[in-house]
Design a protein around this ligand. Sequence first.
Ligand code: IFM
Length: 450
Amino acid sequence: MDGTSPHDGRALSGLRFSAATAAFQVEGARTADGRGRTIWDDFVDTPGNVSDGSTAEPGPDSYHRVDEDIALLSGLGVDRYRFSISWTRVIPDIGASQSINETGLDYYDRLVDVLLAADITPEPTLYHWDLPVALEAVGGWLNRDTAHHFADYASVVAGRLGDRVRHWYTINEPASTSLQGYALGELAPGRALLFDALPTVHHQLLAHGLAAPMLREHGALQAAPTLNHSLILPATETETDLAAAGLLDAIMNRLFTDPLLVGEYPDLSAFGVQMPFADGDMELIAAPNEVYGFNYYNPITVRSADGELPFEMVPTPGAATTGFGPMWPIRPDTMRDFLIDLHERYGAQLPPIIISENGAAFPEPETTTTEIVDTERIDYLSSHLSAVLEAKAAGVRIDGYTVWSLLDNFEWAEGWPQRFGLVHVDMNTGTRTPKASYRWYRDLIAAANA
Ligand code: IFM
């Protein structure tokens, strides 16, 4: 194993390893074969929204490079591949024709078959942020009907793939959709509703709650959401900063863990918002899942503020940072502490955890003809894997670990420059060049399986 890794195979054995991507970030081909428009198409086609003006095309162009991507996954030796399905490749025109685009489904059908032939378990996410524009036009995730549309779409996909796909993720990172997409306007759909955005949380969780039983009826062994969490650190120990940290923790973390794991929302009175739940919703949302999909990247440090928001994010003192700069500190100890707290807080309600995303972007060249030696990424991944092992040693059941990402890809409003891949991608030609971190992960998985 690579000399920079502190892990020996025995400590890692029992963990299943995966790598992840998402449809809009890697597929390109936005108009191919009848794909319909999503809020991200609108977002990237609006000048000024994406830092480098890029539009998610051509990029990795995974829509046309299935075999190449699966060969890379095979080379890594992963057990699973977490990819996402584009809703509008499957149902391009919700609200109008509603008709199913069999050609769009064919793409995922083949992807699943190629994965299975390579002995890699397909692990699709049904919703990774690419909401159909027709649904956004009638309120998007503010509209309860969106949850029902999602369940209909899930049923269509499961009807085609459910004979071979047993491991599903329903919705990805609802906190990012609600807070960055609807509250702050940093991500699509670019709405800045502040706390009035919070009902979008309920409708996303309801979407999961409606879809999961349907997936299980189609034979699913796993139908879980993936949640992004950050440990919230107060800038100082003053009462006001501690209170600010408590408020952000409530809407970033507890707003998701409490309903999913105990069937109730935390106290939201400080935000002046009531969750729009109807009879039976909370039972659906809190129905037990086989796993808890846990995405972790960094902690967030906050202090109290008097502006539109009662808190303000500040750099985390003393922490090294990723390519995103001071607001993306590297603190693997906070991942360990969060996992241990989750386990202690929710006890038997918490199912086994899968780390469904973890990774980091660092500045790297746009083109390369040689292997990029991404030591910082190796250190990041290695230290976070150590955090996972420490949490396991403290009694937290963690069954899987997933690197974000297999490939350099379209990092949403940041465009191409923020590269997360184990594999470098030239965004103009699609040429893939494995980085040193690819070899490191391959060797680590081999050691874990030895
Ligand atoms: O690229 C994203 C991904 O789509 C969702 N989780 C966080 C990643 C890095 O920002």
